[in-house]
Write a protein that binds this ligand. Structure first.
Ligand code: CP
Length: 328
């Protein structure tokens, strides 16, 4: 992300006397400057997140109030990797705000196939759109795009690195259920090594008072760069099931494995069936960023604790809030 080290900020003259008003306006400017791109959840303060959660709540209650908010904007959706929810909920969000949408869902149909660099693609699309929502298989690609871009880049997932807008919609869903993000017990299950949604959500939770448990095969543990000392790791969910408020299931990410045999050995380690679901309390909600493969049995779809489709639908409201915040 562009942070406070951008040349235009560094070259700003330092006033001899700074009034409180100047300081306030400068700090506000820095906040909005920092929000030019949405690359990592780490760029958000707790207050930033709370502002977005409130805005998404307002939008969900009265979406008609926002239908003309981005009337003259064009948003480009650049998806170099497959997606259903992230692309279509961003498109839906843009259209509900009155913006128009261009882009591609299959990079094989673009000049990337002829060898065009990501940076050149971004520079060209700077002339066609007002913001770019981009998914890319390489960790760090969103940052590369931001470095080449004068218009905002929204990271829609960069390899196994981050998925910040998913983390924000997950927080929105959890707050919708519990009314708070503090004091909760969150259990993450599955592919915590490659799961970018988990990486972003755990970083976001570092701003709140939560207890985090991780359940994964030893080969798919949370990377040391994400893990903090207070996160506890388990081989099964049995020990934490009764205290868990949010059970966050994830898919083992086949596309990140070089060794397909290893994937086949790991993909069915944790499956939430209706029988396993009985171990969790009535207050627990079951979440999953989707798509699911085998890890969520369809027989729990009718369980009132299954919140993953509500979670996917909430993506529209949160992405409207993010687009509004960045573009208006
Ligand atoms: N949750 C998520 O990122 O889904 P898609 O891959 O379908 O966008």
């Amino acid at each position: 992300m562009y942070e406070l080290h951008h040349p235009t900020l560094l070259h700003r003259p330092i006033p001899h006397e700074i009034s409180f008003l100047t300081l306030f306006i400068t700090l506000q400017g820095l906040f909005f400057y920092a929000m030019k791109h949405c690359i990592s959840i780490a760029q958000f303060s707790r207050q930033d997140i709370e502002t977005l959660l409130q805005k998404a709540k307002d939008i969900k209650l009265s979406p008609q109030n926002y239908s003309l908010s981005l009337l003259n904007s064009i948003i480009a959706m650049l998806f170099f990797e497959p997606s259903t929810r992230t692309r279509l909920s961003h498109e839906s969000a843009a259209l509900r705000l009155g913006a128009r949408v261009i882009g591609f869902a299959d990079s094989n149909t673009t000049s990337a196939k002829k060898g065009e660099t990501l940076e050149d693609t971004i520079r060209v699309i700077n002339g066609y759109a007002d913001a770019i929502v981009m998914r890319h298989p390489e960790p760090g690609a969103a940052q590369r795009a931001a470095t080449a871009s004068d218009i905002p880049i929204i990271n829609a997932g960069d390899g196994s690195n981050e998925h910040p807008t998913q983390a924000l919609l997950d927080l929105f869903t959890i707050q919708e259920k519990f009314g708070t993000l503090d004091g909760l017990h969150i259990t993450f299950v599955g592919d915590l090594k490659y799961g970018r949604t988990v990486h972003s959500l755990i970083k976001a939770f570092s701003l709140f008072h939560v207890s985090i448990a991780c359940v994964s095969p030893s080969l798919l543990k949370l990377p040391d760069t994400i893990k903090t000392t207070d996160i506890k790791e388990y081989e099964t969910w049995d020990e934490v099931a009764q205290t868990t408020d949010v059970l966050y299931m994830t898919r083992v990410q086949e596309e990140r494995f070089d060794d397909k045999e290893e994937y086949n050995q790991l993909k069915e380690n944790y499956i939430l069936t209706s029988q396993e679901a009985e171990k969790f309390s009535a207050k627990t909600i079951f979440m999953h960023p989707l798509p699911r493969v085998v890890e969520l049995s369809p027989d729990i779809d009718s369980d009132p604790r299954a919140w993953y489709f509500k979670q996917a639908h909430n993506g529209v409201w949160m992405r409207m809030a993010i687009l509004l915040h960045i573009l208006s």
